[in-house]
Design a protein around this ligand. Sequence first.
Ligand SMILES: *Cc1c(COP(=O)(O)O)cnc(C)c1O
Length: 394
Amino acid sequence: MSKPPSKPTDLAARTRLIYAGREPFEQHGFVNTPIYRGSTVLYQNADDLLHRRGRYSYGTKGTPTTEALERAWTEITGAAGTVLAPSGLAAVTLALMSCLKAGDHLLMTDSVYLPTRQFCNGMLKKFGVETTYYDPSIGAGIESLMRPNTAAVFTEAPGSQSLEMQDIPAIAEVAHRHGAVVLMDNTWATPLLFPPHERGVDIAIEAGTKYLSGGSDLLLGLVSANERCFKDLRAAYEAVASCPGPEDVFLGLRGLRTMALRLREHEKQALEMAHWLVDRPEVAEVRHPALPTYKGHEIWKRDFKGSSGLFSVILKPCSDKALAAMLDGLSLFGMGYSWGGFESLVIPFNCATYRTATQWAPGGHALRFHIGLEDVEDLKRDLDEGFKRLRETD
Ligand SMILES: *Cc1c(COP(=O)(O)O)cnc(C)c1O
């Protein structure tokens, strides 16, 4: 088969999602990269083996399947390179290990995903890295926390559960001036809604478990890095060889092709639900970066290209029993962790017990919603009935 014409380089993100990492004419014309399973890679002769000549050398180091997703993600994030991990948390920990060593100081947003915090307070501490938590809204004020040994500043916007926005370009400017690496957990927005490396992030992390999968059937992590950080990231990946299985990578590639479409629908539905919740008498606050009244909305408008399906709500004060009555009777909203799939989810949360740089005292129960792909009128009805149960319980 002859080679197809090469793709233009100025394609829109949505078009790139369709073509990135795919080479049909290298696989008999079949549209998708097949699942290569394997540990051993054979060499044709002793000389090739001694000199490790050949595109692939061993299963953990890469296969055509894993490379397809790495290449695609690199193209979509605008990075120098990408490595994969078997979960989002594994991606976070690999990213941190790639740029920190004993004696270093790490600045970590107080709004970070809780397991990331636990990794810092446990493993990183054990290996001699000190973590200081900072107020997510600190912006350029991060300057006052920088120390001579501050090697990395970790951001996550909006924050896990609590949804605080962060001024990433302002933080990056200060961090870079002090020689520190900037990391970001970009799971909420994906590179489609926040291009991390254009905004000053050196190492960006994505839990592919969420919107890349879109089906609650996959655990996967991706770490992309710019020129400055990719070599160390790749070295860390090879050192721990924590690689995802080929079926999971295949599912990641499959999810990639429809990610823009799904995200747009999650965005539209979540915005409609957020506006509906603003008007509910039981609700004190809707924490959604795209709402003009939300703190940090201006930063979101400046830096983000859209919003996803995840946001939070603070209820007016009610009893635990009333909240339970609301949640237990929901028929469409599932209760469970993770998000990014086609189904709507809700969880109650309380960050007050572990925050150290900021106080979490919203004055009522907090709920995190993920809005799925159901009909929104059905979702409103489910919540409306839930609010009725809440009002009828003391
Ligand atoms: C879910 C999540 C992760 C972890 O992903 P897993 O694949 O579940 O380990 C990391 N960061 C954020 C912001 C997440 O929401």
